[in-house]
Write a protein that binds this ligand. Structure first.
Ligand code: SF4
Ligand code: SF4
Length: 507
């Protein structure tokens, strides 16, 4: 059956795939697509044999007594696993031919090998490390959260220490390095850092706020990076005659020429949500196809936050727009950040798991580094209270496995303050959990969730204060409220900070 399906009995592990052993089995990372597949122990044993032997004859493979947890894995299970892995792009088929006796000998030897599974139940390393290589930046974007803590980090690593840091990240088994800032292009050694990380086997992505990048820098980076994300200043984009459209058009062309995947990062302020169709329209016209929608995190300016923070009504608008934009523009790809996981709350949990939606992944699938090598659970949770150590002085494993901060955030779903809030009682907490940044104590429930889901179904018993106020004020004879939602929101904002997270005032 296998040979008929595959067209050959010779298979190999795809050269695009990196494998990593975990307590539950393992993770397979596709370097080309960035896709991550988790497999159980049985499947990981099969994949490890393939990796060690390099070329395997499936006919001989199916005859071997391969076991997992002391039990023989059935021939049918191995056949099904090989087919599934082939369909997932993990296995390549080789043409029919002749295999040396040595290779059959190796197959027998490795199929008897016992795997020592990691003792920790958490991941052996994050999937992605986010590294702000500098906090310097020439722009002063009003919605940048970096301003909150950049004064805390005046040092940035020199090239030698930056490369030492990459050695530690790569040897820990991390798959991807996401380089950001500040403005990473302000570092003259950005190309050296990206090149070294690629050489060490990391898939490198860069995020920049620059709309103009010199050709020679892009030529060099094209050899090393997979993706360049451009942080779009949406306010500026909506003003015509600024030259912004032309700058972006040229940048996208430069990147396309060099086959660098380009994406646009869009911060979902209230204004951006309300103008999302126009923003995507302009960006699609200049050549963008991939968009990442980032939840608006509190900037340093509280007044700006009060003005631009989306409320539940804006989130409903966003949900409705996302459905519509996706239906109209079939050639674009929209991704949302982990802080927006509640947008996927109506998904079936199995579909969410299959689609790789994991919710808040701080200190679990991601880890963040400041310019001086300080370690944090995520790039949003930065400051003394979240400092888990410094990767220049300490080794990766002792921070990842031993730091109190890392363990606290990795296990946030088990903490009392989380368990008793809406998120803790929500039935999708395993693949959402809300964003810690918005919780008053940076750990418990996310007050920005539009509608938590309790086990009994949707709860919608939250009082809509604005509707109540409208009811009290009354309506015109045509049925329109005398006060618009926006007006009432402004009154409320004057009295209330609308949830500017209190932990931020403490850092
Ligand atoms: S704290 Fe928020 S931004 Fe950080 S990983 Fe969790 S959801 Fe994402
Ligand atoms: S209540 Fe929390 S866990 Fe549930 S959907 Fe909302 S943000 Fe996610």
């Amino acid at each position: 059956m296998l040979e008929r399906e595959l067209g050959s009995n010779f298979i190999t592990l795809s050269s695009k795939v990196i494998i990593r052993k975990e307590n539950f089995g393992g993770i397979l990372f596709n370097k080309e697509t960035g896709d991550i597949v988790e497999v159980d122990r049985e499947a990981f044993i099969i994949i490890s044999i393939l990796k060690d032997v390099e070329i395997v004859d499936t006919k001989a493979f199916l005859e071997l007594p391969i076991s997992c947890k002391g039990k023989k894995i059935s021939r049918t299970s191995i056949e099904e696993m090989i087919l599934r892995l082939f369909r997932a792009g993990v296995i390549d088929i080789l043409p029919k031919g002749v295999l040396s006796e040595d290779r059959y000998g190796l197959l027998e030897e490795f199929s008897r090998k016992k795997i020592e599974w990691p003792m920790f139940t958490h991941l052996s390393a994050p999937e992605t490390v986010h590294w702000a290589v500098t906090f310097r930046c020439g722009e002063a974007c009003p919605d940048c959260y970096m301003e909150r803590h950049k004064k805390l980090f005046t040092n940035e690593l020199d090239t030698r220490n930056a490369l030492k840091l990459i050695d530690k990240i790569a040897s820990a088994g991390v798959f991807q390095l996401a380089i950001g800032g500040g403005e990473p292009f302000l570092r003259d050694d950005l190309e050296i850092i990206a090149g070294y990380a690629t050489e060490k086997g990391l898939a490198v992505h860069i995020t920049t706020g620059r709309y103009e990048i010199e050709d020679n820098r892009l030529d060099e980076l094209a050899e090393h990076i997979k993706v360049l994300q451009i942080g779009i200043r949406t306010d500026e984009l909506l003003h015509i005659n600024t030259g912004t459209h032309e700058e972006l058009r040229m940048l996208v062309a430069q990147l396309n020429q060099r086959r660098i995947t380009t994406g646009a990062n869009l911060i979902m302020t209230r204004s951006a949500i309300r103008n999302l169709d126009r923003i995507i329209g302009v960006l699609s016209e200049v050549g963008f196809r991939r968009y990442t929608l980032l939840r608006y995190k509190p900037p340093i300016n509280v007044k700006r936050w009060l003005k631009e923070k989306p409320d539940k009504y804006d989130i409903e608008i966003l949900e409705e727009k996302l459905t519509r934009i996706g239906e109209i523009n079939t050639d674009i790809y929209i991704r949302i950040d982990c802080a927006f996981s509640f947008l996927g709350r109506k998904l079936n949990p199995q579909i969410a798991a299959y689609s790789g939606i994991k919710g808040c992944v701080a200190a679990d699938r991601i880890m963040s580094l400041a310019p001086d090598g300080s370690v944090f659970p995520c790039s949003q949770l930065t400051g003394a209270a979240f400092n888990a150590g410094n990767l220049v002085d300490e080794d990766f494993e002792s921070i990842w496995n031993g730091s109190e901060i890392i363990r606290k955030y990795r296990g946030f779903r088990t903490k009392e303050s989380f368990k008793h809030g809406d998120c803790g009682k929500c039935k999708v907490k395993s693949f959402c959990g809300g964003c810690r940044v918005f919780a008053p104590d940076a750990l418990s429930s996310d007050p920005g969730c539009p509608v938590p889901l309790y086990d009994t179904g949707y709860i919608d018993d939250e009082v809509d204060i604005i509707s109540e106020i409208q009811d009290v004020i009354g309506c015109t004879s045509a049925g329109f409220p005398y006060a618009r939602r926006e007006e009432i929101e402004t009154w409320l904002e004057e009295e209330d900070d609308r949830g500017y997270p209190s932990w931020i005032n403490l850092i």
